[in-house]
Write a protein that binds this ligand. Sequence first.
Ligand SMILES: [Ca+2]
Ligand SMILES: [Ca+2]
Length: 282
Amino acid sequence: MRSLRAAAATAGLLLTVLIPATAHAGARAEANAAEPENVALTATASASYTPGWVTADNINDGVLPTGPIGPNEDVWNTWPQVGEQWVQLDWPTAVTVGRSRVWFTQDIDGDGFGVAPPSAWKLQYRTAAGVWADVEQPSAYGTQATDWNTVTFAPVTTTSLRALLTASGAEEGKGAPGVQEWEVFDNGAAPQYQVEVQAKTQCFGGTAFASVNARNADDEPLTIALSTPFGARTATGVAPGRSAYQSFNARTATVAAGSATVTVTGPAGTSEIKAPYPAVTC
Ligand SMILES: [Ca+2]
Ligand SMILES: [Ca+2]
């Protein structure tokens, strides 16, 4: 067994994360800048099928739907085609997104002819390997034509998203799917704080500890939460120049390399920093 001093010396790691300071007067502007954006507006839309009187780019033209039927200049559908259909958004550079919403169309006549919300649908993203994969942990896929159907999912970084739509009708001309507008949101820019983070592993009497120190180098009080697989601690109102510190007992002699998560909350919102620590065997 190595001595405490030797183990601490070899296992210690200093990681300093300096994030550009947020100006005091700019806090409100920073909070606004962090609002999620509808990145669908910067994408190119395409679709499995588009009849001549509407266009695929009406899917993301930014026109806010107001009811179950929109003008042809603002909507898209596959009439008279039914079956499996899709709409797709492609970005020139990757986006990171975790929330989307779609407003469908309901325009069926007395004989059942027309456009209707799909009976089912789901979101897929193009992976780094270039294949389509379902988004993970999706919330419910609603099918309203009188309001937004919002879906949240585990964030993905991708250049393409598509919505697979299953037509509600089985007969040509009856129940083709239609979309009035499709919005896709990024997570907003993270607010910026100046915080110095240090994570390390140490041995005390044959037991491993992971310790995390986060110093507030900003000019206003911050709430700093320290989290590791061995425990978590939140310090509120950490004054400028002061630190949040905790040594977490791993209750075992060996700890694998990992990372602590430091979550910083201030006037501009919440930001997260990962601080890696090395493996240690006591
Ligand atoms: Ca349009
Ligand atoms: Ca539209």
